[in-house]
Design a protein around this ligand. Structure first.
Ligand SMILES: Nc1nc2c(ncn2[C@@H]2O[C@H](COP(=O)(O)OP(=O)(O)OP(=O)(O)O)[C@@H](O)[C@H]2O)c(=O)[nH]1
Length: 209
């Protein structure tokens, strides 16, 4: 029987090739880590359910994009199907951090007029001795670009993996409740399934796929 969810959020993982997007997704959804993982041929996705506030089940559609240039047109179409973006760099590769601004600009341009909530992830935090980006720099950039936050994560050592997704989901949920996320018919980024209570009013189903 199909799972009855209240909300469905599309979340896309974006960042340079080899920052660890597939590894983070694998750790989060399957609890495993492999030293060598195959790059998706353009796009891959996983589903995860989150028992959120009491009585609210959120279905996450998690899109794993390929960082390589040749796949970028494919990745773009999935940005529009998402309300959240895990924007990732590798703390041991300064260039991947420098590229965050470009990724951010590209996503913002592409998703207009829809909303995108970003979480900045400094990945491979286990590589402390090879660190090329300070935590304070990550925090400052997330603030400057008005992101939901900055978190340092290691998929290898399983540090802050759930936190990175759940903090993003919490901010999206909060903004939805504040009416800051316009719901357009036909937009797949955020979908309301079973009606749920928000304060005094009930949020009804707008569209359900
Ligand atoms: N030390 C360390 N290595 C990691 C971590 N996460 C991933 N890696 C390694 O980084 C490499 C790249 O990981 P992927 O998950 O394939 O990276 P990706 O961003 O999906 O790469 P593309 O698909 O090419 O865009 C692999 O060799 C992983 O084993 C981590 O938390 N710590």
């Amino acid at each position: 029987m199909a799972v009855q969810w209240n909300l469905r959020f599309g979340i896309v993982l974006i960042g340079d090739s080899a920052v660890g997007k597939s590894s983070l997704l694998q750790r989060y959804t399957e609890g495993t880590f492999e030293e060598a993982s195959l790059s998706p041929l353009g796009i891959d996705f996983k589903v995860q359910y989150l028992d959120f506030d009491p009585g609210i089940l959120i279905k996450l559609l998690l899109w794993d994009t390929a960082g390589q240039e040749r796949f970028q047109s494919i990745s773009k179409s999935y940005m529009r199907n998402s309300v959240g973006c895990i924007l990732m760099f590798d703390i041991s590769q300064r260039q991947s951090f420098k590229n965050i601004r470009n990724w951010h600009r590209e996503v913002m341009d592409y998703v207009k007029p829809f909303t995108m909530v970003f979480m900045l992830v400094g990945h491979k935090s286990d590589l402390l001795v090879r660190r090329q980006v300070r935590r304070a720099e990550g925090e400052a950039l997330a603030k400057e670009l008005d992101m939901a936050g900055y978190v340092e994560v290691s998929s290898k050592e399983n540090v802050n993996v759930g936190l990175s997704f759940e903090s993003l989901v919490r901010v999206i949920y909060k903004r939805l409740n504040q009416g800051k996320i316009p719901l357009d018919q036909g937009w797949q980024g955020l979908t309301i399934g079973l009606p749920f209570w928000k304060d005094e009013e009930i949020i009804q189903q707008k569209s359900c796929a």
